[in-house]
Design a protein around this ligand. Sequence first.
Ligand code: 2BA
Length: 109
Amino acid sequence: MKLILAIIQSADEADTVQELNAKGFFVTKLSTTGGFLKAKNTTLLIGTEDEKVDEVIDTLKKFAGHRMQLSPVTGADMRIFSHTGSNMVEVPAGGCVVFVLDIDKAEKF
Ligand code: 2BA
């Protein structure tokens, strides 16, 4: 048995947890704060069998990992991007820090 501790961006929480639940994983969400930047983030606790750890990590990568995503350009930025003919711009999103811990015993009662 393993306990996966995943610190993700709060914006990615809903989709990530929904996908993990749909795949049958149990998840606990904690509202946390980064010690360095003091920005809110979310820490997920996921207890699972050893052989399912990779499936959890793949899901975290897909739904919460670093990626580029399209975002609408607004306000003053419109002038900078108006020459592209699009009001959408690619911005970096996501980011996940994962720890996998060995669990000696897990019980529910
Ligand atoms: P990341 O390394 O991607 O970390 C994102 C968040 O994940 C961190 O938020 C923290 O909440 C958690 N985290 C990361 N590594 C951890 C660890 N070893 N133990 C416990 N929690 C951990 P923040 O602390 O606000 O850090 C935000 C970003 O600032 C970090 O992104 C990293 O790029 C930078 N950073 C953090 N601490 C730093 C330090 N001491 N010196 C230089 N840069 C630092």
